[in-house]
Structure formats: C-alpha cells, structure tokens
Write a new protein. Structure first.
Length: 49
C-alpha cells in the first residue's frame, strides 16, 4: 500500500480509497434515507475487484 501525507498534519493516508457518499439510497416509509443494501454490496464488490 502506498501512503501520502495529508497536508501539513503529519497524518499519512493510503492513496487507495473508495468514496461511499454515492451509494444507492432510497427513502423509507417515514421519509428517511436508507441504504439499498443489495446494490451497495454489488458496487463495493466491483470496486474491490
């Protein structure tokens, strides 16, 4: 794994990342956003491949 320094903080982070902000969401009966698990797992598996 390769790492980079995060600005001037001294923290090192891996270069590889997977943003999960855009995983599929769907409103539930109360109007709260809920993760669509099946589609999310498919996307994560694809990313790991």
């Amino acid at each position: 794994m390769r790492y980079r320094k995060f600005g001037n903080t001294g923290i090192e982070l891996s270069r590889l990342g997977f943003g999960a902000m855009r995983l599929p969401m769907k409103p539930d009966q109360e109007g709260n956003s809920r993760l669509v698990m099946k589609e999310s797992v498919e996307l994560l598996r694809y990313g790991f491949e």
